[in-house]
Ligand binder design. Structure first.
Ligand code: SF4
Ligand code: SF4
Length: 259
């Protein structure tokens, strides 16, 4: 049931999937949790078995939204990213694949192979303002274009808890390299795990009483009761269903492709 702007938390699936296909970034931007969290020794990759299991689950629920390959990692560090992208294109042909990257490793060759294998749009954030070559399916942004947030209080204190609604956990399925489902993409410390897709069905995780109740509290703007990170969070991006910084960009990219 939907009333006004509120979506009953048990009534619908997410429209965005973000998967941490590897666990490291090659940069340490000062406004990113990577700069304050312990340095990773080497990279860790999501296993192919786990990746396939996620696709099984997304296929089973007929997922047709947007899918990306990041949390606080640089996906292009995976040299086999093309294989993953091609699998998604083959199994979930209606999914819109967006690659968020810092662009350091996005050569013309990789742009072409990833596009050929199924990436629909590239969003490149140039954290040191280096230029990128112009490409048809690429949006380039710079630090001055970003709306910086404190990542659930990790990167800065908040005076008073916000009371505006947050639909991040209504709209987005956030998966870590180990298959944990996080409350939110701002949970950089991974303290709010809703379940694990390697051992649980999506329904069991997504519609669990705990997750449903958190979504309800956040839709009501009750960040104080929802969780410690929500209490300290200054993110205003997800104020309504389907709202986020990239909404217009994705809409434009989809329109260009005639979706
Ligand atoms: S490139 Fe992105 S993920 Fe990497 S440190 Fe910078 S903001 Fe974080
Ligand atoms: S209030 Fe902040 S931390 Fe909580 S779910 Fe929303 S964006 Fe994430």
């Amino acid at each position: 049931m939907t009333s006004g702007n509120t979506i009953e938390p048990q009534d619908r699936w997410f429209s965005v999937v973000e998967m941490e296909v590897n666990a490291r970034c090659n940069r340490r931007c000062g406004y990113c949790p990577v700069s304050v969290l312990p340095t990773q020794k080497g990279d860790r990759f999501m296993s192919e078995a786990l990746f396939d299991r996620i696709l099984d689950e997304l296929e089973r629920i007929d997922f047709r939204g947007n899918l990306s390959y990041h949390l606080f990692n640089e996906p292009l560090l995976r040299r086999d990213l093309e294989t993953l992208v091609a699998k998604v294109a083959a199994r979930l042909p209606d999914v819109f694949q967006i690659l968020f990257t810092n662009g350091d490793l996005l050569s013309d060759k990789r742009y072409a192979s990833l596009k050929n294998d199924g990436i629909d749009h590239f969003v490149v954030t140039r954290h040191s303002f280096e230029p990128m070559p112009e490409r048809p399916e690429q949006t380039v942004q710079f630090p001055s274009d970003l709306i910086l947030v404190n990542r659930g209080g990790l990167l800065g204190a908040l005076g008073e808890t916000l009371t505006m609604p947050c639909y991040a956990p209504t709209d987005m399925l956030i998966l870590t390299v180990d298959g944990d489902v996080l409350l939110c993409c701002d949970d950089a410390e991974r303290g709010h795990v809703m379940g694990n897709i390697a051992v649980q069905d999506l329904e069991e995780i997504w519609f669990s009483p705990r997750f449903v109740s958190l979504r309800r509290l956040l839709q009501e703007g009750n960040r104080r009761e929802a969780s410690d990170i929500c209490r300290r969070c200054n993110n205003r991006e997800y104020f309504g269903p389907g709202e986020n910084d990239h909404k217009h960009l994705v809409k434009m990219a989809r329109a260009r492709q005639g979706d």
